[in-house]
Structure formats: C-alpha cells, structure tokens
Ligand binder design. Sequence first.
Ligand SMILES: [Zn+2]
Length: 399
Amino acid sequence: MKKFLLGQLLLFLATALRAQPGRIWQEEWTVSATDCGKEFTFRLPAGCRAWTLRRLDGQWDSSLWMLQPGTWQKLQADPHGPEQFAQSELVFTGGQASLHLIFSNPGQYHWYGIDPGEAEHAKALVNPMPDGIVPQSVWRAGLAAPKPNPVSTPTRHAIVHHSAGSTFDTNYTAVVRSYYLLHTEVNGWDDIGYNYLIARDGSIFAGRDPQSSAGVAQDNVRGAHFCGKNDYTMGICVIGDFTSQAPAAAALSSLCDLLSWKFEKDGLDPLGTQAHPTPTDAALSRLAGHRDGCNTACPGNLLYSELFNLRQCVSRRQPLSATETALPAGWILESHGDHFRLLSSDPQPTVMEIYDTGGRLMRRANGTAVIETGALPSGLWYARICRGALCSPLKLYVP
Ligand SMILES: [Zn+2]
C-alpha cells in the first residue's frame, strides 16, 4: 500500500442523498408552408425525458407525424390539455437523443421538454431500511392527530433511550399508543417524543410523524427526547426498563439494523464523536445514550453498557465510503505496510487506541510528535485518536 493512500481513502466524505429538482425547457417554432411535408429534426436537451407540443391557434393538426423508434405514427392531441390551446399528448423520449416530426400545416408552436429530476439519487445502500416499520398512521388509528408542521433537522447523533417504568405489557401497539397520549395530552408536546420505538420482540415503530405534506423524513423529524437540545439528533426508544434487566437480543438486533441503515445513509461514523451543545459533553459519541447528554439514568445501565457493542455492530456493517473521518489539521497518518505512524505537529500529548473488530482494546500508544502503532496482523482495525477531548476515529487496513 502506498504511503498516504490510506489517508486519502479516509478523507472521502460520504454525500447525503438529495432529491434532484426537475426542469422545463420551452422552444418556439414557426412552421411555414415550405416546411410542411419535410422531416423536421430537433436535438433533445440532455435530461429531457418527455415532451409536449402546443399549437397556439387552438386547432390541433391531426396529421402531424412523429418518428417513434423505427415507425412513423400520428401525434395525438391530449384530451386533458388546457382549453385555449391544442396540445399533444405527453411523449416519453425513451432515451432517444432527438425527435423527428413531419408537419402538414403551417402555424405557431410551443415545444415543452420535461426533465422530471429524481426523487432520490439511485444509490444502493449496503444496509437498506429495515422492513416492516409500523407507520404512525397504523398504530395511532383512532387517536387525535399530532400538531402540524414538524421541523426537520439533520442528524449528527443518534440517541438511545429506554422507556423505563414497568412496561411489561406485550401489546406493543398499546404501549406505543400510551406513550403517544402521555407525550401529547399529558406533557403537551406536539407528538410522540422519539423518531422510532423498538419493542422487545424487535418490532420497530415509526415515532414522531414527519407528516408527508411537510416534506420531512421520519429519521429527520426533530423530536423531544434529549435534554432540551433536540436539534441534530434522532431519538430511538427501546421499550422496557434496563436498570437491572438486560435488553432482548431481538430488540438489540433491530437497533443495529436501524442504525446501520441510518449511519450509512447519512455517512456518519458510529465510532466517531461530534460536539453537541449539551451542558455535559463537548464531544458526544455519534451513537450515544440519553445520559451522555444530561443527568438521567436513561437508557438504564444494561442497555447503556450495550452501546459499545452496538457501535461495533454498526461500524462493521458500514462500507468504507461511509467513513467520515478527517484527521484534524496538523495530524498526518503514514501507512508502512503492517504498521502506522501518526505525526502530530501539536505539542499536546496524543493518545492512539487500537481495537479489533470485536471492539477489544488491542493497543494503546501515546506520545507528542510521533506515535507508532507497532506491527499489526493483516486485516481491519479500528483506531481512536484523541488529543484532549477531541477524538477522531479511523479505520486501519493492514494488507
Ligand atoms: Zn431517555
């Protein structure tokens, strides 16, 4: 492996999936008597997927021909078009680069090309959204709707909660409905507090309603769950009290599924940290528990102690391109085959910890200017490099 190649790979920033807006083109054509009967060719703009032709005098030219792949056929009028114009049906280009027409009558025409854009970039995720998430419209049926106008917030942190209390009820729909009524009717919140809730049997319930009309996504609705600082967070509540009881394997498995999808989709590193404006933590883990933000026992000791394994679980499922790591300025990582050398221009001591893929700490090295990892067996390793409270996660590949 070449020197610095690793650093370049790790600096790759995953881009968020964004919808692409559409476009309309308009052309004005005057067809003279001498143009009639000849083949008229028009080069379609890139991205044009459909078009329509409008005749301005309101009389449709029913003898207008177009060349569809291989055959000439009549261009039909659109019976649903505006009344004052005669307009053709919408013709889909099917990937053709140009259109071919034969006019029989002179006249004024407007041509409109349509680029529909994309609802979402076609990018296949290694971790698809888990199947069967129960939407709010299903579990809330019969209860009053939440308040309108949910707010969208980009996710920097996923926050894990437990529901606490004696939630031994196994009718999980009834449990979620109860929390909905508690949050909206008793607490007076706009909606249920969390983005998702996970039951003991692994069922996932969509929480706060993104209300499709508002154009907000389920995982980006700003909820009410994290120390009064809900911006940039997504909240997941595991139903149960994990103060002295361990969470069920099925619930932890669904939690890893949901977070693996979310972290890949948003290009977040589950081993990473990021400042969040809570009173207690300037470098909050990307995947944190409620208690990391303020003084609470949530999500219970036995779920909180699972967060380390959960980060490893999510991290192991992330493709390389989802690694968001960028080394802070002044740090250089050199790859030397089976070992790595971290060079720091800062006089503060730097600590480098190396974990195996099971999350076990294998090495701890520190120094001020040069930190050597020592030889590592080939394979994938996770490193955490910290200077003061600033930590950066890295994936290390030993060929
Ligand atoms: Zn909580």
